[in-house]
Ligand binder design. Structure first.
Ligand code: NAD
Length: 363
């Protein structure tokens, strides 16, 4: 199969759909891989590395889309790419159709086969192509919490891990899923005193067994959050209610329970945020202040570390890319229910119920 790796066109997106290691695996199996000139540059992968792995470099994005039977990307195609997507072409990427009607219409009109990373789902309901980005975002949340505690960054001036004779900072992680666990582990590794909450007791039991001793588990309720806020320095919001907006676990009135210069990191901002005072921010303007509390609400945290994020993403996507390339999309989706659940648009029709429901389209 001919596989195309275009350079991402979305604003400030530095990741790329495949690493040279992924390309090597595909070319070894007899597939042809076409990479757009400088596609991997911002992730730390030069054209020469792709060529050494057997790829051919094409000068323009038009040529990549023209040549490829399957396009492997990171983010959804943006408007200038809509007309490049061809009838019958497989596009494998994050789409998030439900919040983008123009994209949905464009992909229906293209006649392409759109397989969305975010809905590839295993039988145990886990989402294998979302997990790696949550693992990155959780670790980054802890790092950013520590960073913005600095006085020069608007914070209270506390060093996250303390020093001998001075207590460490306290970190509260709301939601103990993939993001929360990664955040707690990173914060604990920096020496903070960490509390992680969830509403699932089995999950809290598991976290209690696996996380280091400076992480304490707590059943989540407004009462317990109110009790903890006065002595908390960093709050990391990482709850997820699948298919719904994030609940507001800290409202504006509760901000006054925190000390000035405390930091809120709202990782759940892509689901509306779990603090009432959150609104999405960008890597160029990541923070703002409300009532003396620093808010960090970047909606694409993994974009700050594209080298690691690209490798983590390819690690997770490659087995599906290989199956699609070896067998063709019909057989690959027949053989793997997880991949079949990723099908969102085929031949001009929406094939994913939640997307059809949002737009009142036939399913
Ligand atoms: P997850 O499903 O693994 O974990 C969510 C956890 O929240 C679950 O354990 C659940 O029991 C818990 N929860 C639900 N309601 C709760 C409540 N009221 N109180 C306490 N806990 C509650 O999800 P995840 O992969 O960890 O993702 C968390 C959020 O982070 C999602 O919204 C995801 O989209 C987002 N995310 C954002 C970025 C970013 O760049 N901003 C990157 C990756 C993920």
């Amino acid at each position: 199969m001919r596989i195309g790796i275009p350079k991402e066109m979305k604003d400030s997106e530095s990741r790329v759909g495949m690493t040279p290691a992924g390309v090597a695996e595909l070319t070894k199996r007899g597939h042809e891989v076409y990479v757009q000139h400088t596609a991997g540059e911002n992730s730390g992968f030069a054209d020469g590395e792709y060529e050494a792995a057997g790829a051919l470099i094409l000068p323009s994005i038009q040529q990549v889309y023209e040549t490829a039977d399957m396009v492997v990307k990171v983010k959804e195609p943006v408007e200038p790419e809509y007309s490049l997507v061809r009838q019958g072409q497989v596009v494998f990427t994050y789409f998030h159709f439900a919040c983008d009607r123009p994209l949905t219409d464009a992909m229906m009109n293209s006649g392409a086969v759109c397989i969305a990373y975010e809905t590839v789902q295993k039988d145990d309901r886990s989402l294998p192509l979302l997990i790696p980005m949550s693992e990155v975002a959780g670790r980054m949340a802890a790092l950013n919490g520590a960073y913005y505690l600095q006085k020069t960054k608007g914070g209270s001036g506390k060093l996250i891990g303390g020093v001998p004779g001075v207590l460490p900072a306290k970190v509260l992680v709301l939601g103990g899923g993939t993001v929360g666990e990664a955040a707690a582990r990173m914060a604990a590794g920096m020496g903070a005193e960490v509390t992680i909450t969830d509403i699932s007791l089995p999950r809290l039991r598991q976290l209690g067994m696996e996380l280091p001793v400076n992480v304490h588990t707590l059943y989540s309720s407004e009462y317990t959050i109110r009790k903890l806020l006065p002595e908390t320095d960093v709050v990391i919001g990482s709850v997820l209610v699948p298919g719904d907006k994030a609940p507001h676990l800290i409202n504006r009135e509760m901000l006054k329970l925190l000390q000035r210069g405390s930091v809120l990191v709202d990782v759940a901002i892509d689901q509306g945020g779990c603090f009432e005072t959150s609104h999405p921010t960008t890597h160029s303007h990541p923070i703002y202040e409300v009532d003396g509390i620093v808010h960090y609400c970047v909606a694409n945290i993994p974009g700050a570390v594209p080298n690691t994020s690209t490798m983590a993403l390819t690690n997770a996507t490659l087995r599906y890319v290989v199956a699609l390339a070896d067998k063709g999309w019909r057989q690959a989706c027949k053989d793997a229910a997880a991949l079949h659940r990723g099908l969102n648009i085929v031949d001009g029709k929406v094939t994913f119920k939640a997307v059809a429901d949002v737009f009142g389209l036939p399913y």
